[in-house]
Design a protein around this ligand. Sequence first.
Ligand code: SF4
Ligand code: FES
Length: 372
Amino acid sequence: MTGPAAPWALLAELTHACPLHCPYCSNPLELVRKSTELAADDWARVFAEAADLGVVQAHVSGGEPLLRPDLEEIVASAHRAGVYTQLVTSGLGLTAARLDALAAAGLNSVQLSVQDADRANSDLIAGRPSYAAKEQAAEVIRAAGLPFGLNVVLHRRNLDRLPEIIELGERWGADRVELANTQFYGWALRNREALLPTREQLDRAKQVVADHRARSRRPELVWVLPDYYEGVPKPCMGGWGARSITVAPDGTALPCPAAYAMTDLNPPNVRDHSLAWIWERSGAFNAYRGTGWMSGPCGDCALRETDFGGCRCQAFALTGDASRTDPACALSPDHHLIRDRTAHAEHETGAAPELVYRRLGGARPAPANQET
Ligand code: SF4
Ligand code: FES
């Protein structure tokens, strides 16, 4: 019997601490405390084992990875292992000196997030003033000459400004702009009513992307598929346990970052097992690998090798059972769970619901300017 194909990417979540409070954060509702974070030595072992397993690229992420004072040491260990590194950052704290030190340690590229092209709305969504710091961070990245990606999570409250967002990417000198339609798990699911766009908003946005691509290749646009209106699920993570490994700040190893919320998954920890054992033999990574686990409409569907039954985290979040067909699929017996929400979003005319902001130790309903 042959084992699973090698993973090629590692998402290294160094910390859940973050100066921002984005209401669509992909981190779990129960954030990991600093006291349980992996040390730099642990990360060095993880990168070495990942490289042995076949991983070629690591997204060094969080929370905000710049809050780790030993970030340079961690990046250097990935570089020594021969793994390409991308820093995924809010930009807060990214000075020229810090980026120089990270580049000297072997950092290969940077992905900066911004919440909107409109300064006030960007600050509102981030839950604190931050746009100006991001503008400065963009200058620092451009001056360092590292490959530069700009990430913008799209939703009801910024989607109509997509032309301005693309123009911002051009102005800030990004090589690529990732237009990440909100995926509704974790904090985003909690804020779904406030963030779910209308079909009309999405149709207009798709046209803006098509028009830009027809006109120009710079910046390159990456359109992360929305799945609430399509009736077709996304091939989430390229399949469960198929391409990448997430290691959470406390060492929990997951086939997908959002899988932290699956209460019945029993994920392994890199403190207890090698990454090779985790990838090849752990129950969590094998639970929804391939197609053998499928039942219901996926079991004999012609698309099961194409979309892998959609998203396990969404199936779990909406039905409590990760083995069910993703409710985003029109063939799912649970599709009404999605359809009811889109119908509601289409007819929503009242005051926009309040955002629930992400924070360690629980949510809070209104923005503030202090750091956690
Ligand atoms: Fe994909 Fe399953 Fe829907 Fe078929 S039934 S399209 S495999 S999610
Ligand atoms: Fe986890 Fe889709 S987000 S499988």
